[in-house]
Design a protein around this ligand. Structure first.
Ligand code: C2E
Ligand code: CA
Ligand code: CA
Length: 506
């Protein structure tokens, strides 16, 4: 049961007892007065003269405290009504802390303890605003109350729960195995709740868990659990268990700087041409973002993309790049430059934004550009971490006419089967794969096999990071036609890119 309810029960009992005592004293006082005892017994006169005002003052104080408490409760209800989408006495932060203290006293002090927090979706910064998230939060609160009261398998008073700072919080006097069972249970429930109530939300429940030794303060537990939660979100894991190595170096000032740079439009787009070995011409390009900082010079994405992801700014950067590319293509059309498709990189985060697909569609329609000019690059990990979600969004993009490129194929744990389950058109073979083809005969044979399999399945192929003539020869010999890399051209700015297209047309 939420602590606030338990508290109000206790307070009601105290109020009733205090009222009874006060009534008893007043009644006895009146009786003694009427019977003339007070006049007879001097001691009674003194006791009552002192006792009645004293008890009355105490009674008024208790009444005032009760009034203040009621007001406080109303504030929690109001706050929770907003956060959880309906009136609720689900534990707030203050009562959550008190409840942990009480439960800790009654528990085995050698038992394992974990503090963990959860968000059902990583639609950053909009938790309180998106009405669907608020409605979902309300359902989750009910589900949690039910899980840990009526049908708690973990034993009574083993889990304290609440809602604070837009996160569901739990303090469990349980083993890690049991905590992970709860994590699974809640994740499944969240998907079911959203589906049953037809909430239009891209869900991604993530958990940040931190082991407690009993001495840790609540605020440091909350901070560490938040770091773990962020880690889980960034790595698209269901949960992460906090350890010190997760404390990243990204400072708030860096994030603020990126945000300022976005406002000042300091990001610029470079285009890296894709070259067809057979046709001997450019067949398109990849848009790569750079930060033209007035103080630090031209910065590559490695200096700010990860920070932007941590700071929740990546969506703005990706959309900025998208807008810029559309703007550049419109300008090229106006100036009669030959238009070639441009592929744009999108971060994993986009897949959790409910408006992503519609936003892109709307912008392309408004520009009047042929849809075939815009392509979308996603990395293999995007699709692996959440296959169902990725498939659904990629299908929508593809149905509209965007070509989908699978980026960095061959880096990490590539999965050929994954290729066939995803709606993609073009496979980009990662540089690390290409680097190996001139070093070992086996690497070349594997790539040859991969290319023929991809082609048999209708995928186009692009070799990335091609730097050397030797690599080009091998690629030609194994039927890989399109290359991208320093061999043909580094990423170049818009003017250079236009000049390159114009040169070819001569
Ligand atoms: P990526 O999508 O794999 O992009 C290719 C990267 O390899 C680019 O680095 C490019 O400059 C580099 N490259 C191309 N050819 C060669 C070569 O022959 N040799 C070598 N050594 N490198 C080559 P860049 O521009 O620094 O981008 C790094 C990564 O940043 C990109 O990897 C992409 O994941 C990310 N990125 C770039 N622009 C954006 C963007 O607009 N949005 C998002 N979300 N990510 C972006
Ligand atoms: Ca890319
Ligand atoms: Ca790549």
């Amino acid at each position: 049961m939420p602590l606030v309810k338990e508290h109000s029960k206790k307070r009601k009992a105290i109020l009733i007892i205090a009222s009874l005592i006060w009534l008893l004293i007043i009644a006895s006082w009146i009786t003694f007065l009427l019977n003339g005892f007070i006049e007879q017994y001097y001691i009674l006169k003194i006791v009552y003269t002192a006792l009645v005002p004293l008890i009355s003052v105490l009674f008024v104080i208790i009444l005032m405290m009760e009034f203040a408490h009621k007001k406080e409760l109303q504030e929690i209800v109001d706050e929770n009504s907003y956060r959880l989408g309906k009136p609720s006495l689900f534990c707030d932060l203050g009562s959550f802390k008190k409840r942990i203290k009480i439960t800790r006293k009654g528990s085995n002090k050698y038992a394992e303890q974990y503090f963990f927090i959860m968000t059902p979706t990583n639609a950053r910064g909009s938790n309180g605003l998106n009405p669907y998230i608020r409605i979902l939060n309300g359902y989750i609160a009910d589900y949690i109350t039910d899980l840990f009261s009526k049908r708690c398998e973990y034993g009574k008073n083993k889990v304290v729960y609440g809602f604070a700072r837009d996160r569901f919080c739990f303090y469990a006097f349980l083993s890690l195995k049991q905590v992970l069972e709860i994590v699974d249970d809640l994740s499944n429930a969240i998907y079911e709740l959203a589906e049953n109530h037809e909430l239009k939300l891209y869900l991604s429940p993530h958990f940040g868990i931190v082991k407690q030794d009993g001495n840790c303060t609540f605020s440091s537990a909350f901070a560490n659990a938040s770091v773990a939660l962020e880690y889980a979100e960034m790595h698209f894991e269901q949960y992460a268990l906090f350890d010190q190595t997760m404390v990243h170096q990204t400072s708030l000032s860096e994030i603020k700087e990126i945000s300022e740079a976005l406002k000042k439009k300091e990001f610029v787009i470079y285009y890296q041409p894709k070259y067809s070995l057979n046709k001997k011409c450019i067949i398109g390009s990849e848009a790569l973002v750079r930060w033209a900082s007035p103080t630090k010079g031209l910065l590559p994405p490695s200096k700010f993309i990860a920070e932007a992801e941590v700071g929740g700014l990546i969506h703005q950067i990706d959309m900025y790049v998208f807008d810029k590319v559309v703007e550049d293509l419109v300008e090229m059309r106006r100036n009669g430059i030959k238009l070639l498709p441009v592929s744009i990189n999108f971060s994993l985060y986009e897949f959790y934004s409910p408006d992503f697909v519609n936003d892109l569609k709307k912008k392309v329609i408004e520009s009047g550009l042929p849809i075939s000019l815009i392509q979308i690059e996603i990395t293999e990990t995007t699709s692996q971490k959440n296959n169902i979600l990725a498939t659904s969004i990629l299908n929508k993009l593809r149905d509209f006419g965007f070509k989908i490129l699978m980026d960095d194929f061959g880096s990490g744990f590539s999965n050929l089967l994954n290729l066939n389950t995803l709606p993609i058109d073009i496979v980009k073979i990662d540089k690390s794969y290409i680097d190996g083809i001139t070093l070992d005969h086996k690497n070349k044979e594997v790539l040859k096999c991969l290319i023929s399999m991809c082609k048999a399945n209708g995928f186009e192929i692009i070799a990335e990071g091609v730097e050397k003539e030797e690599q080009v020869k091998v690629l030609k010999s194994i039927n890989c036609d399109v290359i991208q890399g320093y061999y043909f051209s580094k990423p170049i700015d818009k003017e250079e890119y236009i000049n390159l297209i114009k040169e070819e047309e001569k």
